[in-house]
Design a protein around this ligand. Structure first.
Ligand code: NAI
Length: 415
């Protein structure tokens, strides 16, 4: 039965293809609109779907009885590049890489209602799946305090599915569905009610969304994972000899890399302690690296003796390789521009590092990885040990938005 709520799903990649089929198929929302502001994408998406009667077909692989596939067909109400479509939306969700959030926040700003929504508390829900580090910091900066204080802003810790679009505008395969996904809401008091609505965007009972008290826990989560493993793989490489094949991302992680991940996790844990004891924040949902991997993969891990062995022996990680570029002679060179550094450093580690600076918590190990990644990306995020320099404008650190004290940070972000 329809709730009478309208939703706009923003983006046009893998995740949006899944949702363009799954969400209308539930019948729970009155309107399910797709908005893509990426040049040409709205037209391309809508023309392709039109060739299939306006439907998007989603295969939930191996989710049927006896491990068979389930085909779900859904018909979005409107597929458009016009951001004014959100003017009647009660829920607006971004399903794009973090670097694209800013463009969407700016595009929807003139049209987001600050009252009269049918969503809980009369507040429009604006969120991101996944939110990534500092989504709320950027949202407040772009939307402004007045809108920020009158909407419910939500962020999921990750995308609920492993998904690949198979034919543009027409179909996608859901390869895997997570069992539980954490989400946080600002203001925190709206957490449970907002989660109940967002659960209907999953298109199924799984994953089960679990409300955690603060978006800061999502911000400080595991953004250092991919950059540290990248550092670990190439830290002793001469920078020029090509590889015969791409190294395995997790199965070849060595002990030193495992130790480095644990040290960075300890630095974040120190930040957590300060935030909880001195500022009384509740950062439930922020896990150490070892807790996180055990909680997420449990019995898929054969050797739980230490972190690098957990990664080496986790069934869920088998066969995954480092992103590489093939050379003309059939060999491989590292692709340092891949999102593991280009997204996870400016939209992840630098955000955490900026908050550590506000808290005056030293982060020598985090700094090693940020400096390493900065060099590989040709960027500068740390100057004389401070988050500063020409490239911090492309990050979501508090300093980027002119926030330079922890009290101001906590107050503005309503933690
Ligand atoms: P994607 O790579 O398919 O997204 C591409 C889309 O992003 C484009 O089609 C376009 O709509 C948008 N976009 C790219 N550049 C843009 C720009 N400059 N301006 C405006 N829009 C732009 O992303 P996908 O796979 O849907 O994933 C979304 C997020 O979820 C990403 O952060 C990804 O890392 C994360 N994720 C994805 C998983 C998956 O299985 N697809 C699994 C776990 C996380």
């Amino acid at each position: 039965m329809s709730s009478g709520l309208n939703v706009t799903i923003c983006g046009g990649g893998n995740g949006v293809h899944a949702m363009a089929g799954l969400v209308p198929a539930t019948g729970w929302f009155s309107e399910v609109n797709i908005l893509s502001i990426f040049p040409g994408e709205g037209d391309k998406f809508s023309a392709a779907a039109a060739m299939q009667g306006g439907e998007v077909h989603v295969t939930r692989c191996k989710e049927g009885p006896n491990g068979g596939d389930v085909l779900v067909k859904g018909r979005p109400t409107k597929i458009t590049d016009d951001p004014s479509v959100v003017a009647s939306s009660d829920v607006i969700v971004f399903v794009v890489p973090a670097f694209a959030h800013g463009g969407y926040l700016g595009a929807i700003k003139p049209f987001v209602r600050t009252s009269g929504s049918k969503a809980p508390g009369g507040r429009v829900l604006v969120g991101a799946m996944p939110g990534g580090s500092g989504f709320d910091i950027q949202a407040r900066s772009i939307l402004g305090g007045e809108i920020f204080d009158n909407i419910s802003l939500f962020a999921l810790e990750t995308l609920p599915w492993a998904v690949r679009l198979t034919e543009y505008g027409k179909s996608a395969d859901v390869l895997g569905t997570k069992l539980v996904v954490d989400m946080a809401v600002t203001p925190a008091a709206m957490g449970k009610e907002v989660t109940t609505v967002v659960q209907h965007l999953m298109g199924n009972e799984l994953p089960k969304l679990h409300t955690i008290p603060s978006q800061l826990a999502i911000t400080l989560s595991l953004a250092y994972w991919h950059p540290t493993i990248t550092w670990g793989c190439y830290r002793l490489w001469d920078g020029k000899t090509p590889f015969n094949k791409p190294p395995l991302f997790y199965e070849e992680v060595d002990q030193a890399t495992g130790v480095m991940l644990c040290k960075i996790s300890d630095e974040v844990d120190e930040m957590k302690k300060v935030l909880e004891t001195q500022y009384q924040l509740d950062l439930t949902g922020l896990h150490s690296v070892t807790d996180w991997i055990l909680r997420t993969y449990g019995d898929d891990i054969a050797d739980k003796s230490c972190l690098h062995r957990m990664m080496n022996t986790n069934k869920g990680y088998q066969g995954l390789t480092h992103p590489m570029l093939e050379t003309s002679s059939g060999k491989f060179m590292p692709n340092f521009k891949y999102r593991y550094l280009s997204e996870d450093v400016p939209m992840g580690m630098v955000v955490t590092r900026g908050i550590a600076e506000l808290l005056e918590v030293p982060t020598p190990n985090m700094d090693i990885i940020i400096e390493y990644a900065s060099e590989k990306l040709g960027k500068s995020y740390l100057v004389n040990g401070k988050v500063a320099g020409p490239d911090i404008g492309s990050t979501r650190s508090p300093q980027t938005f002119g926030i330079t004290s922890i009290d101001d940070f906590i107050k503005k972000l309503r933690y």
